[in-house]
Design a protein around this ligand. Structure first.
Ligand SMILES: [Fe+2]
Length: 485
């Protein structure tokens, strides 16, 4: 049995690596806060809930800890008629419940094991992404597992949702997409064995309506996808497991810049043979911003990894693979164009100057033309997002940025929250958590989306540090009202 947590700055000591200590130290309590002090004013026309997923290990790890290993924990900020309630709660996955029974770690991390190993099982933790669908907050895992539904207000876990899958042992990756016009959800699943990828569609109630195999040339580590009104865009980047290491039961990521990056465009309910692949220069994309159709073209804007370079300017593929596996993000805004009629395609960097990642936008426009994106400014330091910024993704123009302190702030993935009676794409707010590691001040910050550079219009002081995490979303009142909890 594990010892009870005593030191919140290093609850498991210092032998498991840097990602369970200091700023990264996991929280030990589930809390609810209301009526906290506000500097400025919570906008009266801001209604909905900001949800952020994160890895938050509950028990002492079995070995070196990687940020992908922790139990999923949601943090929420629910705005309703000028009142704000903040919560945090673990997702009660089957693995969480098993360890609740044994009161100790029963699973191994990605530094020690591979998905699928029976002798050292890995945790299906639902810790990576969250999105509103069918009245619930759906939490998903980057290695593709069972999606878990959570009540977006109480954060009570509603349970695993096998109805999205065609059989119990198939999975859904993080970064499924919801078409808010039709209510459909599109997702991919991937694995180390042929055909290496699957593509699925669920209806507005979360029932699977379509799932087809997508044959890739080998094992891949895709992380995101995109949708348009009529198509889905699946990713095949030259990032994969080293076969020798995999055979030995270890993770080792390989990047090969001599191989193409391929984007596969498949009709929303298309069969496996209907996918069309477009080839681009070899790169890795962690996160898509959005995609849409323009005439015969499909357009996708995304944050593309900068490859590591040797001193002579040549590609350093080993260095790039290490950056990817260590979550050292060095990405730029790029646009991809694919012409479905002529087969031509092109790629262009929109702003070479700034390292931006973890994007958001007005999710009502998922799969439709959008103009604005809200991202984090990256520090080279791992997983430290030192500020937030806004872009016009048509022009690549940087439209504003903010950080309380570039050297000491840790922002969460910001999400756009439309104002009530939204009148323009960027009429609304941007919501993010911000922690200062020097002052140890934790805030929830609310920005006017049309003027980020003026700083927060509301700062809500929080009594508890919120550790860095992964993805967030914004659920609007109409999505919350249909909740099933
Ligand atoms: Fe991600």
């Amino acid at each position: 049995m594990n010892q009870p947590i005593k030191d919140p700055d290093a609850p498991f000591g210092h032998k498991y690596g840097p990602f369970v200590t200091d700023v990264f130290a996991p929280l030990t309590e589930e809390e609810t806060y209301a009526d906290l002090p506000v500097i400025g004013e919570i906008p009266a026309d801001l209604n909905g809930v900001y949800l952020r997923n994160s890895p938050n290990p509950r028990f002492e790890p079995k070995g070196e800890y990687h940020p992908f290993d922790g139990d999923g924990m949601l943090h929420s900020a629910h705005f309703e008629n000028g009142r704000l309630v903040l919560r945090n709660k673990w997702v009660r996955t089957d693995a969480w419940q098993h360890e609740d029974t044994t009161q100790g770690a029963e699973y191994w991390g990605i530094r020690q094991t591979l998905k699928g190993r029976e002798d050292q099982p890995i945790k299906d933790s639902a810790n990576t992404d969250v999105i509103g669908h069918a009245g619930a907050a759906l939490t998903t895992w980057y290695l593709a597992g069972v999606p878990y539904a959570v009540d977006p207000i109480t954060l009570e876990t509603l349970g695993p949702r096998y109805n999205y899958l065609d059989k119990p042992d198939s999975g859904m990756s993080a970064h499924c997409k919801v078409d808010e016009v039709t209510g459909e959800l599109m997702y991919f699943d991937y694995g180390d064995h042929w055909p290496y990828m699957w593509y699925g569609v669920a209806d507005a109630q979360g029932e699977i309506t379509h799932r087809v195999p997508i044959e890739l040339p080998g094992n891949r580590l895709p992380h995101d996808m995109a949708i348009t009104e009529h198509y889905s865009i699946l990713h095949d980047h030259p990032v994969f497991h080293d076969e020798e290491a995999r055979a030995a039961g270890r993770h080792k990521i390989v990047f090969d810049s001599t191989m193409a990056s391929r984007l596969g465009v498949i009709p929303r309910k298309g069969d496996a043979a209907s996918i069309r692949w477009f080839e681009f220069s070899g790169a890795f994309i962690y996160h898509v911003i959005n995609a849409w159709e323009e005439g015969d073209e499909v357009i996708m804007v995304a944050c593309r990894y900068q490859p590591a370079k040797n001193a002579d300017g040549s590609f350093n593929d080993v260095g790039t693979a290490k950056m990817i596996s260590r979550l050292v993000m060095d990405a730029r805004l790029w646009r991809y164009r694919m012409n479905l009629k002529t087969g031509e395609c092109s790629e262009a960097c929109l702003d070479p100057d700034f390292n931006v990642e973890f994007p958001s936008y007005d999710s009502r426009l998922t799969g439709r033309k959008s103009e604005f994106a809200y991202l984090v400014d990256h520090d080279p330091k791992i997983l430290r997002w030192r500020g937030i910024c806004k872009y016009n993704t048509d022009t690549g123009e940087r439209l504003g940025a903010w950080s309380d302190d570039l050297d000491h702030c840790w922002y969460s993935e910001p999400w756009f929250a439309p104002a009530d009676h939204q009148k323009a794409e960027d009429h609304g707010y941007v919501v993010a958590f911000a922690y200062n590691d020097e002052t140890r001040n934790q805030e929830l910050q609310v920005f006017d989306a049309q003027d980020l550079s003026q700083g927060p219009v509301a700062r809500i002081k929080m009594p508890t540090r919120i550790p860095p995490g992964f993805h967030a979303c914004w659920m609007k009142p109409e999505q919350i009202q249909s909740r099933v909890g």
